[in-house]
Design a protein around this ligand. Structure first.
Ligand code: HEM
Length: 524
């Protein structure tokens, strides 16, 4: 380009800048920052020589590739299921490993491959104020060390809470009514979680229950929107994300609820020390955490934040899977009589869930369990599970080197749709696991919804960092379904069928506008 031409362009640029309106200038400014920060944006480390599939031509900008729906891209790339490949998200690259590596990675400690750090990064902890996740494991420890051993007692109080909310949340109409079944289930699950996590009176406070539902949506929305932009632009973008401001209100309410409970805990301990009766005090998971917390973990703000993240982990996950079960059942109503028969049989043998140990009772619901597993397979709540961040470099037995900082994941959804893993994978066959369980003692113990298994179920992750709340989650799903199917009929509104699945990166949702019809069951 000649000097004459350059001078000409510069003059035109100066002229444009002089005559541009303030709005145009702001637009140009934002565009410039966007381009510069995109060019300067650093990506996490990847496994050497790992192909990035999915580009339609060498001219396709990465930005367009990242916009393509994750499900399509994983499905397409899964043709390469025997070698690692990369899926590009706006904020990072995910190195998708063949499933055969999972067994080797099963027991790698979280100090080397961390699930929690993957969640913290996904949730963009700096922008959603979840820094505590990086330094504390109390929220997972309470599930493993308190909830799991005492699951029967916690399920009993959860059931009481459902009893309390039943007539408030579930329409008791004799005629068909159209309902937002996802919202009804969210509320019932939020009640159970709130009773177990913080207890009364918060679990009966509509404002707290609303926070339990809305925090998850607002935290995800904030993280999802901001992570679409390169780091340099995030401070600017964050200022325009309303969900981020709502997080502050949710935290204020959480601090109030948790602060009151912490005061009550001190009184409770004092009464105990004085040898006074404490029979009127119901211990919650928060009580355990207050006692087990170290100095840094015990602050009000961290305790409140932890309460919110436990709610985020438990409520939408459990309620969505219950809703999917009902949607699939309305799609395949021929299974309803068999499921109802099973519930009746088990209730006759053991007493219904209100009079028995739910932890034992739900294990007898084999057919319902199998139906649930098939729902997990066809509608995986997340397309990449489990996910880990390498905090230290790691070399696999076959020499594959995972560098420090690398994000790895497994394409669980595609894996369970692979005909070599699931014969005839496109068919919804809800008794697959049931048939396997009937085939031998070993298979009977294996094919259960609470268990993670390479050939059956990666819904809850895998190995030493798999979901510690799954025993509660699955019991809650089955408890709610048994009651709903016993007391109500369900069907789709006229002309409707299985709702659309929606994707936000690897996260999967059922269309929020999907409805069902329900009415009280007429039993002869
Ligand atoms: C159907 C319902 C649920 C699904 C699909 C689900 C799924 C998952 C998955 C995929 C993980 C990551 C596991 C890994 O990286 O290997 C996880 C972690 C976790 N889940 Fe669940 N979960 C459910 C219910 C629950 C419930 C009811 C609770 C609480 C009572 C809970 C608490 C947690 C916690 C605290 C973690 C993080 C553990 C850690 O940081 O080590 N989840 N869950």
């Amino acid at each position: 380009m000649s000097g004459h031409h350059t001078a000409g362009y510069l003059a035109r640029l100066v002229e444009f800048a002089r005559s541009a309106s303030p709005a145009q200038m702001v637009g140009i400014g934002i565009l410039t920052v966007f381009v510069i920060s995109f060019l300067a944006g650093k990506r996490d480390k990847n496994i050497a020589n790992t192909p990035i599939h999915g580009y339609r031509s060498i001219f396709e900008p990465t930005f367009l590739l990242q916009c393509s729906r994750m499900r399509c891209s994983i499905a397409e790339k899964f043709k390469f299921k025997d070698v690692p490949f990369i899926v590009r998200r706006f904020d990072t690259d995910y190195n998708i490993l063949p499933i055969r590596y999972l067994e080797e990675l099963r027991l790698v400690p979280p100090t080397i491959l961390s699930s929690k750090i993957a969640t913290s990064y996904n949730m963009l902890y700096e922008w959603t104020d979840l820094h505590f996740l990086i330094r504390s494991d109390l929220h997972a420890n309470v599930m493993k060390r308190k909830l799991a051993p005492e699951l029967s007692q916690y399920l009993e109080i959860a059931a009481e809470e459902v009893e309390y909310g039943w007539k408030i949340d579930v329409p008791q109409s004799e005629d068909w009514v159209e309902v937002d079944i996802q919202e009804i289930l969210r509320m019932l699950v939020a009640r159970m979680s709130a009773r177990i996590f913080v207890g009364e009176p918060a679990c009966r406070d509509p404002a707290w229950l609303r926070v339990c539902l809305d925090f998850t949506i607002d935290a995800f929305t904030t993280a999802f929107l901001i992570r679409m932009f390169p780091p340099l632009m995030r401070p600017l973008v964050a200022a325009f994300v309303p969900a981020r401001y709502r997080l502050k209100h949710h935290r204020a309410k959480a601090e109030k609820v948790v602060g009151e409970k912490m005061k009550k805990h001190v009184e409770y301990m004092q009464r105990k020390k004085n040898g006074e009766s404490t029979d009127d005090y119901e211990e919650t998971l928060l009580d355990w955490m207050i006692e087990e917390a170290n100095e840094g973990e015990a602050t009000l703000s961290e305790m409140a934040n932890r309460q919110l993240i436990m709610t985020l982990a438990s409520v939408h996950t459990t309620s969505t899977n219950t809703a999917i079960f009902l949607f699939e059942l309305c799609e395949h109503p021929e299974w309803l009589p068999m499921l109802r028969e099973e519930i009746e049989e088990v209730n006759q043998q053991t007493g219904d869930a209100s009079r028995t140990d739910i932890k034992r009772w739900h294990r007898h619901l084999d057919r319902m369990d199998s139906f649930l597993l098939e729902c997990f397979r066809i509608h995986p709540p997340i397309l990449l599970s489990p996910q880990r961040v390498a905090l230290e470099p790691l070399t696999m037995k076959d020499g594959t080197h995972i560098p420090k900082g690398c994000r790895i994941a497994f394409a669980n959804g595609e894996h369970q749709m692979d005909p070599e893993v699931t014969p005839d994978p496109l068919t919804f066959d809800p008794m697959r696991a049931y048939r396997k369980r009937q085939s031998s003692r070993l298979q009977h113990d294996r094919n259960q919804a609470v268990l993670t298994d390479l050939t059956n179920n990666l819904t809850f992750g895998y190995g030493n960092q798999a979901c510690p709340g799954r025993f509660l989650g699955v019991a809650e799903v089955k408890f709610l379904l048994a009651r709903l199917l016993t007391e109500f009929d369900f069907k789709y509104p006229e002309g409707k069928s299985m709702p659309k699945t929606m994707y936000a990166d690897e996260n999967v949702f059922i269309s929020p506008s999907a409805k069902l019809m329900m009415r009280k069951r007429k039993v002869n």
